[in-house]
Design a binder for this molecule. Structure first.
Ligand SMILES: O=C1O[C@H](COP(=O)(O)O)[C@@H](O)[C@H](O)[C@H]1O
Length: 265
């Protein structure tokens, strides 16, 4: 790792020389959180995103994690989904299934994908209901600050506009404070219709990891992690609004994505 912690930044920064190093550390990070949660609570609740993130989870399917992780205790949800069929190349479910979930023995009935046979509005409602059922069953913990689910880990991939999950710059979905799940029909990036966890859910997690690599993400990364003060309009860069209230935030990036961060002496 090229650099680790800077006290002037938002959360822990993990910066890697190579994408392979990043993937290796991310796998170890997820495996450790899984082990702790299974020991403490008997299960591990994780929300996945789409994007480049999933490729970095490949190492978790390999030794030693294929054998050491207690996959049967995993409960998998999605931080966001695009409103396309599960077999469509744009589907976040398909991406995770093809590249990760089909390679590890997470029980099928522990995988909570978003219904692709409903309107986005109904799919969002049904997904929130399913999430509430997991809270009722005490599989998902509850935040002590609000009544939101407290995921053991929410994994986010940041896009070049600072978008995370399906939360885009200046979108009214950023203001949603009541619902756990919301939908949008005018995404800044295709496809236009999407379902997403809201910021209160993301910020209630025990752990949130944001992954971003490449020069295209350098400006967004600088804006997201350098504390720019109250005058900065955080809604211009949704990743700025990722601020776990009672959880830990870790940023995984390569040198290119880190290239515009202002490091203290
Ligand atoms: O559309 C989406 O994009 C973001 C960022 O993805 P990336 O390809 O730039 O890494 C992703 O977090 C989200 O889950 C996905 O739906």
């Amino acid at each position: 790792m090229a650099a680790a912690y800077d006290p002037n930044k938002r959360g822990e920064l993990r910066i890697f020389d190579t994408l392979d190093d990043l993937a290796t550390d991310l796998a170890e990070y997820v495996a450790q959180l899984s082990e702790i949660s299974v020991k403490e609570r008997g299960c591990f609740t994780i929300a996945l995103s789409g994007g480049s993130l999933i490729n970095f989870l490949g190492k978790l399917c390999q030794a030693p994690y294929d054998k050491t992780v207690d996959w049967t205790k995993w409960y998998v949800l999605w931080a966001d989904e695009r409103a396309v069929s599960k077999s469509h190349p744009d589907s976040n479910y398909k991406l995770a299934k093809d590249n990760f979930l089909s390679k590890v023995p997470v029980p099928n009935n522990h995988v909570y994908s978003i219904n692709d046979n409903l309107t986005v509005e109904d799919a969002a409602m049904q997904y929130e209901f399913a999430t509430r059922q997991l809270v009722k069953a005490r599989i998902l913990d509850v935040s002590s600050i609000n009544d939101c689910p407290k995921f053991d880990l929410i994994l986010l991939s940041m896009g070049s506009s600072g978008n995370v999950a399906s939360l885009f710059p200046h979108h009214p979905a950023l203001e949603q404070r009541e619902d756990w799940v919301t939908y949008i029909t005018d995404s800044a990036e295709p496809p236009p219709e999407r379902i997403t966890f809201t910021l209160p859910v993301i910020n209630s997690a025990s752990n949130v990891a944001v992954v971003a690599t490449g020069e295209a993400n350098a400006t967004a990364m600088h804006l997201a992690v350098d504390c720019l003060g109250d005058d900065f309009d955080a809604s211009a860069v949704p990743a700025c609004l990722v601020q776990p209230a009672d959880g830990k935030l870790v940023w995984f990036m390569d040198m290119l994505a880190a290239s515009k961060i202002h490091f203290s002496e």
